[in-house]
Design a protein around this ligand. Structure first.
Ligand SMILES: O=C(O)CCC(=O)C(=O)O
Ligand SMILES: [Fe+2]
Length: 246
């Protein structure tokens, strides 16, 4: 159910447009060790250096560097999201020059098309799930990545893909559970999760993971002295190229 590829194989081919198509038969594409440990550690150090710019989401249960859309959607503050994006993206790019671009290049190499930041939306951003925090103790929400996908795109199931780059995995747990089911109009609550086959993607440092955004998934509980830190980018095919956001 998971398509596993080594970072070496991925990087030596650089551009693998067929992978996205192969992915239709899998619940996740897991490319191991794409970014070296030292680079991930350097990014993480810069994330902590910029703690003053983190956003506290869901009353401090989790944090983001870069504006994430879905907490604003859930809080009914999407206007604030769009107001904050320009400044927040600037802070992100000052702290981590080239990272958004690199993430978009990784995404582009898998979808086999041009990837652009959605006009007015945040570029790829970072999630910080605190050690011993809510997600660590209880797991994340079971969800499809539908937030930010328009009603018409959702109904048409326009191609949509989510990419995660793991920058600081927890010591134990914290993988991504993926169920072998795609969105078909029913919410996660309406599904009999126990009856659907699932598997867990166990992240290593520097791993890249791609899922179809309509695939049901959930961050698993974790134990660690360190926070769980990953970069996420969502994308949708607009008929010509791929629009991405966080
Ligand atoms: O960090 C992860 O493993 C997944 C994050 C996620 O599900 C999301 O950002 O929608
Ligand atoms: Fe998600």
């Amino acid at each position: 159910m998971i398509l596993n590829i080594s970072g070496e194989d991925y990087l030596s081919r650089q551009f693998i447009p067929t992978l996205w198509h192969q992915m239709q038969d899998f619940t996740a594409l897991h490319i191991h060790s794409v970014l070296p440990k030292e680079i991930c550690e350097d990014i993480v150090a810069k994330v902590y250096k910029n703690k003053e710019h983190w956003n506290s989401d869901f009353d401090g249960l989790q944090f983001s560097f870069g504006q994430a859309y879905y907490p604003h959607l859930e809080a009914g503050t999407t206007e604030e999201y769009f107001q904050k994006v320009p400044n927040s993206d600037e802070q992100f790019n000052q702290a981590l020059p080239g990272l958004q671009e690199m993430a978009m290049k990784f995404l582009s190499s898998i979808v086999g098309g041009y990837v652009q930041q959605r006009d007015g939306w945040s570029g790829p951003g970072i999630h910080i799930f605190p050690a011993n925090g809510y997600a660590a103790n209880n797991a994340g929400e079971v969800h499809f990545d539908l937030d930010g996908i328009s009603d018409s795109d959702r109904i048409a199931l326009s191609p949509a893909i989510t990419m995660i780059l793991m920058l600081q995995p927890p010591t134990l747990g914290g993988g991504l559970k993926v169920w072998n089911t795609k969105y078909s109009g029913r919410t996660a609550d309406e599904l009999a999760l126990d009856e659907i086959p699932s598997t867990i993607v166990e992240y290593g440092i520097g791993d890249l993971v791609f899922i179809n955004s309509y695939t049901l998934h959930q961050i698993q509980p974790f134990q660690s002295q360190c926070d769980r830190i990953s970069l996420t980018v969502h994308s949708i095919y607009n008929g010509e190229c791929w629009d991405c956001w966080f």
